[in-house]
Structure formats: C-alpha cells, structure tokens
Ligand binder design. Sequence first.
Ligand code: HEM
Length: 506
Amino acid sequence: MLSLLSWFFPNALVVFAFIFISIYFYIQHNLSYWKRKGVPSPPTHWLFGNFKDAILGRMSAGNLLGKLHKEAGDEPFIGLYVMHKPFFLMRDPELVKQVFVKDFQVFQNRYFAAVKSKDLIASTGLFSINNPEWKYLRMKLSPVFSSGKQKKLFSLMIESSENMRKFLGDQLNENEKVQNVDAYIVSIRYITDVISSLAYGVRTNSFGQDQEFFNRSREPFKKSLIASIVLFVIFFFPVISNFIVLFHTNILGSSTNYFRNLFWDVMNQRERSGNKRGDSIDPLLEIKHERDKLDFDIPDDTLLAQPVIFSIAGTESSSITIAQTLVELAKNPVLQDQVRKNIKEELKEHGFTYEGIKEMKLLYQAISETLRLYPPAPIIDRVALQDYKIPGTDIVVEKGTAVYAALNGLHEDPRFYKEPLKYDPDRFSEERKGDITPCAYIPFGIGPRACIGERVGMLQTAVGLATILRDYEVALNPLYKNGLDPKAIFIEPLDGVKIDFKKISK
Ligand code: HEM
C-alpha cells in the first residue's frame, strides 16, 4: 500500500503539473491573440478577459465597453476579450464610417445574430436576420417608416398621448400634484399604444381597463437571472445560443400563441377587406403572397417576428429617452422652463400638429442630447464576413470576428466633445451642430443597417414629452435613484424613474 502511494503521488504531481502548465499556456496563447496581431489591448483577467464586471453583473455591458473605450487614449481601435473570445472595438469615427457604411459588403450582418436559433420569432426579426432575407425584408418594410407615413402615425400618437394625459390628470391630488410617478413605466404604456398600431395594426389603450395586450407585450422584458444570462450569451456567444434555448424556450414565453393569434387575425381581416392602412401589416401581407417565388424561406413565424422586433426595439428605446429627458430637465429647472416655453409657443402658433411639433427645436435638441448621454442601444455590432484589412494598416480582422462601436464611449469622448459629461442641448443648435465630428454621434447607428425607426422614435418621444411638459412641471421625487441596471445589456433604470408632476396653472 505504502509503495503504491509513494508511486502515485510523485506521478500524480507530474500529471497535475503538466495539466496546469498546459492550461496556463493555452490561456496565455488565447489572450495574446491581439498582441500577436499588433492590436493594442488593455490588461485582461485570465478567465473573464476584459468583461469581468459585466459577467459578474457589476456593470452593464454597454457601460463597460464605454469605459474600455474611454481608457484607451488616442488609439483608433483596441482588441478585447469576452472571456477568451476576441472582439474588435473601433474608437475612431472615420473607421466607424468605413466599416459600417463604406465597407458594408463585408459587414452586413450583426455578430449577435450569427446563428439562426430555433426560436424564429426571436432570431428572424429585422434586427437579427442575416442576408439575403435581411435585404428583402428591409426593402419591403422601409415604406412603413417613410416620412410620408409619419403624418398618419402622428395622429395616432396624439390619440395615445391623450390617454396618458388623462391618466396623469385623473391622479392629481388637492395640491394639483401627482407624486412619485414612475415616468419610465408611464412612457412605456404610451409608446406601447403607438407601436401596437404601427406593428400589429391594432389600437390599444394601456392606460385603460383592458391591460392584456400591455401585460403580454412586456413578456420579452421580464427580468430574471436566467434571462440576463441568456441575453448575454446570445449577444456575445451566439454560436451556443441554441443550447440555452433548452432551458429558455422562447422570447414571447407563455404569450406566444396570444401574439400568433392576434397577428393572424389582423392579417386575415386585412386580406379580406383589401384595405391598406400604412402599417407593417400591409407589406407583411405582400410578403405572404410572394414568398413562394423567393429563393429563400419566409416561414409564418418570420412574418410575426417583424411586429415583435418593432415592438421590442421601438418601445424601451423611446420610453427610456422620455424618462431620462424628464430627469435632466427636472435637474435643471431653467432649461425646463425654456423647453416648455418653446413647446407652448409652437402650440399657440400651430396647435398640436405635425408641423408644430417639428418646430419645437429646443425640445428636439434636448432629446438629441439625452440620446448622446444615454444611448438606449449603446453597443453596435457587426461581424466580418471575410478577412478585412483595416485601412491604412497591415492589421487584418479575421473572418468571423465581432466588430463593435461603444456609444457610451464615442458619445463621451473628450476628443470630440467639450465637457462631454455636461447635459447641454445647445450642442445641437443650428449654430453649433456643425461642430460635431461626423460619426462621433450615432445613437441610431449608421449605414444601411442603421435603425429603421429613427424618425418614428424621435417623433413619438417628442410627442410624449410635449404632452407632459405643456401641462406639468417635473421634479425628482426624493425616492428617485440615479442608477441604471448593471445587469442590462441595453440601458434600463434600476428602480424606475420616480418623478413628481405639478400641474401648471393656465
Ligand atoms: C429613441 C429611439 C430609438 C433608438 C435610440 C434606436 C436605436 C437603434 C440602434 C442603435 C440600432 C442599431 C443600428 C445599427 O446597427 O447601425 C437600431 C436598429 C433597429 N431599430 Fe431602432 N432605435 C429607436 C427606435 C426604434 C423604433 C421606434 C423602431 C420600430 C418601430 C426601431 C426598430 C429598429 C429595428 C427593426 C432595427 C434593426 C434594423 C436593421 O437591422 O435593419 N427602433 N435601433
């Protein structure tokens, strides 16, 4: 027995040492990928790479990428690792333009959508779908967002904002105040009603008695540790995302059939009536009729995936923008008064009309500044479809590598903005907006794959804010906590956005 032990231990030690040394060299090799390519890279953690704080839920991925951007001095780009996986972060607006616009042929797809998952509703919406389907769907769906359609949508926005106005008015106390309103949730209700018309062709009132549509539309946003992990994996490790579907069934969860039925009811009714309404149901019906002639498949769930992605991409982004603008104006009552004056003057001259809202220049400047400091989708990604030589260098980004721009970094980069952390809507005034470096401000992304809903997003945000600010002075409630959820990939308040509303006497 003793002789067996005396044989085992020295030999086991050798085996363990060998395994340990092999792992060490394997990690060293993985984490020297960028160094070997001559790409600067910040110090890494042996397991988490540069993403320790995001993986441990201490900081959102968007903020972390922004921080890594800011710490990189004058480098035009840096190499990063999410665990051991290499990612390429662009810091130079010229390079951003080159990759997202000029060399779009190489960067047509998003990295996070690299794999079509079993959940077609999640993975084949316009945001995630790859070519050739993307090009076809984008061409078909673009007319829904044209400037010509904005006017029609504007009247639906006014209708939805009136429901919000009534909701706030009904809650006024004897001092003409509504206190501790979660401005984020109120905005989500208002935006849900705008987007339900555009995306599903149905009118809803999320401030009314029937809350079913609203509650079910929140399904993709339900928070849980599993949901955060799943989102992280889909975003940064899409290749393994099909495995996680095993324990996370699909994006609409228990509401999948509710939305399937609702969508097909509207599609069938519209088909029978033959009327066009200018919403996304019109092109989706066209696609349904011509899909047999295409070289690729457009299954039923891919049709449904389009209203679903419009609802997901269009709701949180504008709602957080409304809420964060209210926060900034609550912090700066002088600026708030100026914005209100601008709103009231235009209302007096044009009424609450499409032409009038377009004239609310200071309001639009404030929204643009909110989108600079709080970009709702702070990470823009693409994947290289072939080896790509970075212009002016010998560095080759290999096929399959994820390429990112971090908006929290670009938008707060002192190379492009004076006093970058100051909330200053005047940056976007006629006189000064020419000073902004092209591509250093891209809250809606850039190039052929930029946000399809930019105009709708700006308009519904402006209508929502004008509706609130014409009637109410806003202040931060004492319970307001200045914090964004560190576990969110995109931007989300940690604990609502608590605002006090005080009715303005006429
Ligand atoms: C304040 C509002 C909004 C912001 C800040 C925003 C931001 C963005 C960003 C940064 C992207 C990625 C762009 C890129 O990769 O270059 C994007 C894509 C997208 N957004 Fe928006 N968005 C907003 C509103 C909307 C609305 C209202 C809709 C629809 C109703 C929408 C639908 C989409 C879709 C479908 C895509 C994917 C486009 C494609 O891949 O072809 N967004 N958005």
